[in-house]
Write a new protein. Sequence first.
Length: 131
Amino acid sequence: QVADCDTTDNTANDPEPFGDALFAIEVVNDSNSTVLFTSYSFTVPSVGTFGPFGLNSPVSPGGAKVTVSGILALAQSGTKLFPGASSAISGTTGFKNVTFTVEGSNDLGEDVALSGAVGLNFSSVNRCTAG
């Protein structure tokens, strides 16, 4: 995190915008049963698997949708950490195909797990705006 984005004004620090990194996944239930998703996890190749983390996301049958959201990375002391990790995310982690998995059960008591992947870039970025 850049401590002072405004290098021309020496009267106050204007820190770079910096916060937790969040994700949102839309899940469509094309089954004939209500599904209750109770956890999510995600895997970053060559880094690790994080979770499971608790959820309470019911989705009705017949094409209903639910958006599952959570924290991908926690902002701490000018760095970011994956939830549950003890060290910061390296700025050289680079591009990774991250797999997200949501798990739960349907109203028949059967286990349900869905996974999907998305390409994400983990790198050091200066988010200070010019001017």
